[in-house]
Design a protein around this ligand. Sequence first.
Ligand SMILES: [Ca+2]
Ligand SMILES: [Ca+2]
Length: 333
Amino acid sequence: MPTTAPSSANFATSSGSAKIYFKNAVTSADKSRASIELWLSTGADGVVSFQAYSLKYLSTLGAINAAGIIDETGWGLTKNLTSGGIELGAYKPESKTPLTGEAKVATLTFSLSELSKTDGFWVGFDRTQGAIELGYQGKQPVQYNELAAPLNLLSSGSALDLTLYHWKNHAIIADSVVTIDSTVPSKTAAKSFLATGLSDGSHNIQVNATSADRETAISLKDALAALKLAIGVDSINSSSTGASNPASPYQRAAADFNGDGKVDLKDALEILKYSIGVTTANTPRWQFYDESEVIAKGAKPAADFSQAGKTVSINADRNMNLVAVLTGDVDGS
Ligand SMILES: [Ca+2]
Ligand SMILES: [Ca+2]
């Protein structure tokens, strides 16, 4: 199960900044093995050496073994494993160029004992045990000896992978501002939002889109569609074919322009005003609904994740799809 990597430190270098951090912590399902990667973000200067004398793995029982430290950088990696501590040193061979960008320094792999599973197992930098040092070509090395709290690999929590898509054309929406318990999740290659290391229990998810395209999406057709819904005609003409189709729950949500929970003539009138450029009390707003919400016939979805967000219970890794609705854009054009 992946976790967050809270243990990291920033270095000020002569021409920028560098960072050392953990990522990609994985604990096997039976909690018998754990691994974590140590990464370096080099900043503007090329790094030629790396030394850490303060890397610790901590167990109340001392029943942990380091199964291996694997150098994947192409550099020589020296290592010294002591009881509960790991010293790492990496040096650039003459044939190699300085490290720039993001570089994986090492993968640390641990076998875990039965007892450590209940008592916990930690890996991190012990700030009392010495510095981390980054060496730069022709420049003074920089040191850092304060790091965030160690990472408990056995309390790694759950991951939430959140995908947002438009209700009509199913286009993925990736420019939204997503927060989970006030933390911004990372964006994946698939344009979803991934939060990891979530503890069991309730979490607040907020989604607020910043997407443009509001003016052009809202036209007279939307005002007419809202008008039909307001007078009880539960069908809407397709923006592309003109065919009359039953209104979808998301169209009802889009038609409630003033957000008072019902679709009436006030909404139709405001959408009409907006479409012709008259100032309105309400403006188009993106709303997001859980795809799995059960919606009664003729109703609209109720749980909007925009603004204050919604509370979701998370007890295992899960994917969640949220359907995006732009208020006022009733036909989804
Ligand atoms: Ca309304
Ligand atoms: Ca429209």
